[in-house]
Write a protein that binds this ligand. Structure first.
Ligand code: DC
Length: 224
C-alpha cells in the first residue's frame, strides 16, 4: 500500500489481554506514519473514575450520572486525561485491572466510548485502533482486521514483564489468574463480546517474536 493511501488507511486489531496488541499497533502506526488509539486505556480511565466515585455498578442512574460528569481526553501518544488529570500511569495499576472488565460490560459505558472512538477515527485519516470490539463494532468496515492471540501463560509472561517495568510485583500465577478472569468476562458479556470478526486474520503470536508479528501484518497490508 502506498504512503499516500496510508493517510486514509483504517486498521482494526482485537484480541485478549496480553496478546501484544498495544506494542504491535504502536509500532505499525510508527512505521506507516498513522495514528494509534489504545481503546483499552479509555475503558481503564472510566473504570478509575467509577472506583474513585464509589459507583454502584448495578445502578444505571449512578453510572449515567458519572458518565455525564466525566471529561475524557486522549492526547498525542495515548496520554489519557481524566477531568484534566493525567492518569496514564494510574490506570495500569492492579486495582484498575481488577475492575475494568465489569465496568466495560456496562452498555452505557460502551455506548459512550464507542461513539468517541468512531469520532476519533472519522477525523483522523489513517488510524490503527486496538481493543476488544474494534473489528466487530467500532470499525467493522476497516481496511484490515486482525485478531491477535497467544496462549494464556505466554500472555501472562508478557503482561508480567510490562508490570515489572512499571514496578508492579505480582507473581506469574496472579497475573495469569487476572487475565483468565478478564478474558472470561470480556468474551462472555452480552454487549459486543470479544470474538473473531468475519474477515479478520487470526494471528497466534505464542511462538512469534515481536518483529515477526509486526512484519507479518505489514506484509499483509503491503500485498493487498
Ligand atoms: O487492552 P486492555 O487490557 O488495556 O483493556 C482493558 C479492558 O478494557 C479489557 O479487559 C476490556 C475492556 N475493553 C473493551 O471492553 N473494549 C475495548 N475496545 C478495549 C478494552
Amino acid at each position: 500500500m502506498s504512503q499516500a493511501n496510508n493517510k486514509q488507511i483504517k486498521i482494526a486489531i482485537d484480541g485478549p489481554a496480553g496478546a501484544g496488541k498495544s506494542s504491535v499497533a504502536r509500532e505499525i502506526a510508527r512505521r506507516l506514519g498513522i495514528k494509534y488509539l489504545d481503546t483499552g486505556a479509555m475503558y481503564r480511565a472510566i473504570t478509575l473514575k467509577m472506583i474513585r466515585e464509589k459507583v454502584d455498578l448495578d445502578d444505571p442512574r449512578q453510572v449515567e450520572e458519572v458518565l455525564n460528569n466525566t471529561q475524557l481526553d486522549v492526547k498525542e501518544g495515548n496520554i489519557i486525561l481524566l477531568d484534566g488529570e493525567d492518569v496514564t500511569a494510574e490506570i495500569r495499576k492492579p486495582y484498575v485491572n481488577n475492575m475494568v472488565s465489569p465496568v466495560s460490560a456496562i452498555p452505557a459505558v460502551r455506548r459512550r466510548l464507542v461513539q468517541m472512538q468512531q469520532e476519533i477515527a472519522a477525523r483522523s485519516g489513517g488510524i490503527i485502533m486496538e481493543g476488544r470490539d474494534i473489528t466487530t463494532r467500532v470499525m467493522p468496515e476497516a481496511d484490515f482486521k486482525f485478531y491477535l492471540d497467544a496462549s494464556l501463560m505466554e500472555r501472562a509472561r508478557r503482561r508480567m514483564k510490562e508490570q515489572l517495568a512499571a514496578g508492579i510485583l505480582d507473581s506469574l500465577e496472579e497475573v495469569a489468574e487476572e487475565i483468565r478472569r478478564r478474558d472470561r468476562i470480556d468474551s462472555q458479556r452480552a454487549d459486543s463480546p470479544l470474538c473473531v470478526a468475519p474477515g479478520a486474520t487470526v494471528i497466534d503470536t505464542t511462538d512469534l517474536s515481536f518483529e515477526e508479528v509486526v512484519n507479518g501484518i505489514l506484509l499483509i497490508i503491503a500485498s493487498s
